[in-house]
Design a protein around this ligand. Structure first.
Ligand SMILES: CC(=O)SCCNC(=O)CCNC(=O)[C@H](O)C(C)(C)COP(=O)(O)OP(=O)(O)OC[C@H]1O[C@@H](n2cnc3c(N)ncnc32)[C@H](O)[C@@H]1OP(=O)(O)O
Ligand SMILES: O=C([O-])CC(=O)C(=O)O
Length: 451
């Protein structure tokens, strides 16, 4: 047998012998997806960092409500309004708030910004040896591997004292934008044959501005573009302890391991298409819809196609409408509302209203379809990933960077949760898996059946 044939054969065996029938999950009341039978999440921790509110409870039943998100007790909508009114960016103060538990005063914010600026550079030789010599087609993969290599450049990688973890956290927060920007340049050059340029990070401009500065050949960006990207970073920075990548951060941190291993695990989780990777899937889904729906303004045609997506007949045949649905939010995701507003503003400026209307129709038609399929009480909403990619597209940011940008923002939340876990809860996470396999005897190699 050649390699392919062998893998095909062994796959059949793997498929056959790894199937646990649903009846066992029901019999032992397993909380699949760590979800209670009423759809709420199983309570596994406490946090002061982020609060995600999507329903209220009445007699054990979920009652849908408009979504709310709080960072350290402050409504995200108020945070956004606060820095927008003052006509400045908000990502750095948001990261400060998440890490340290309160908003910074002017001096503290300046010091924090200076610290980030000092840490944006990569270690000597890192860009050449780690990024350019071994480029990756996937920038999340590049980011993950770079984080693991940074362990080797750290003079004290394993200590989990808070000052050490904080130093590592701030360094990583500052370096993520540099890594993804250079990782993208390497990909564009070695795989797409584009010209190669590496721009050094710049001080006193901010995180969003640095990203635009490093990914554009002419370093140029407008204030509107920087504001839009900064808003995306603020909105993606944190989402409670239960989202998949932050929960991974908690699980891995609880073993006492180092910051680099933990962040690499979180990046791996975020890359998944049901989590942060959904922003890229939304783009692919929109491309597919554009190719297959003759008249995009015809709501009937669009709805029919969305139904086919849900039935798993078209697109990637997985049956998911990406950018829709959420484990907590029901009627609305406050972040999607903020991003939709920003997308509308940009679309008007950039003459992209037809495309904006397509996204908006997908949102409203999906809601209609889910009600028709699952009952009038079923509430589903656009999540943060529906409009984010569209905003990036209008900023001319390449699709390769959509999910890495999410990581650049969410690292603030991950680090805050890691510190909270280390300070407040030192118990190693170790839930139970019940074996449903009957015991059997070891059979000598010579006595085993050959079929
Ligand atoms: C940053 C983020 O992570 S935001 C989420 C990004 N992910 C996506 O956009 C991918 C598409 N969405 C989804 O896959 C889901 O909505 C998730 C993974 C986000 C949440 O899933 P769940 O927690 O299982 O949602 P929930 O329990 O409310 O789902 C109820 C039902 O609706 C289905 N459903 C939910 N969203 C979708 C969707 N977008 N497309 C098709 N079916 C969906 C679920 O499969 C489930 O069906 P079932 O009752 O037959 O099992
Ligand atoms: O909370 C979740 O499950 C997913 C999510 O929206 C996020 O992490 O931003």
């Amino acid at each position: 047998m050649n390699e392919n044939e062998a893998i095909k054969e062994f796959s059949k065996l793997a498929l056959k012998n790894n199937h646990i029938p649903q009846k066992y999950y029901d019999k032992y009341a397993v909380k699949q997806g760590l979800r209670n039978s009423n759809g709420t999440g199983v309570l596994v921790g406490l946090t002061d960092i982020g609060s995600v509110q999507g329903y209220s409870m009445n007699k054990g039943k979920k009652i849908p409500k408009e979504g709310k998100l709080y960072y350290r007790g402050i409504d995200i909508e108020k945070i956004v309004e606060g820095f927008q009114v003052e006509n400045r960016g908000g990502y750095e103060e948001t990261a400060f708030l998440l890490l340290f538990g309160r908003l910074p005063n002017k001096r503290e914010l300046e010091e924090f910004n200076e610290l980030l600026d000092q840490c944006r550079y990569l270690p000597d030789g890192f860009t050449e040896n780690m990024i350019l010599k071994i480029p990756s087609k996937d920038i999340m993969n590049k980011l993950q591997r770079s984080v693991l290599v940074l362990y080797s450049h750290d003079y004290n990688p394993d200590s989990i004292t808070i000052d050490n973890v904080l130093r590592q956290s701030i360094q990583l927060m500052a370096r993520f934008p540099t890594i993804i920007s250079y990782g993208y340049q390497a990909k564009a050059h070695y795989f797409n044959k584009d010209s190669l340029f590496i721009h050094s990070p710049k001080s006193r401009i901010g995180t969003a501005q640095n990203i635009l500065h490093m990914i554009r050949s002419d370093n140029k960006y407008t204030k509107t573009e920087a504001e839009a990207l900064d808003l995306c970073l603020v909105i993606h920075a944190e989402h409670g302890g239960g989202n998949n990548s932050t929960f991974a951060t908690h699980v891995v941190s609880s073993s006492g391991t180092d910051t680099y291993s933990t962040m690499a695990a979180a990046i791996g989780s975020l890359k998944g298409p049901k989590h942060g990777g959904a922003n890229l899937k939304v783009l692919r889904m929109i491309e597919n819809i554009k190719e297959n729906v003759p008249n995009l303004k015809d709501r009937g045609q669009l709805k029919d196609y969305l139904l086919k997506i849900l039935k798993g007949e078209v697109f990637n045949k997985e049956g998911l409408i990406y950018g829709m649905g959420h484990a907590v939010y029901t009627i609305s995701d406050p972040r999607a509302k903020l991003l939709k507003k920003k997308a509308h503003k940009l679309a008007l400026e950039k003459n992209k209203m037809e495309e904006y209307n397509l996204y908006s129709s997908i949102e409203s038609l999906s809601k209609e379809l889910f009600k028709e399929l699952k009952g009038h009480d079923f509430e589903i909403c656009a999540n943060v990933d529906l409009y984010s990619g569209f905003i990036y597209e209008m900023l001319n940011i390449p699709a390769d960077l959509y999910t890495p940008l999410f990581a650049c923002a969410r690292i603030a939340g991950w680090c805050a949760h890691r510190i909270e876990q280390i300070v407040s809860d030192q118990k190693i996470m170790r839930p139970a898996y019940m074996s449903v396999k009957e015991n059997s005897s070891y059979v000598s190699l010579y006595d085993r059946s050959t079929i």
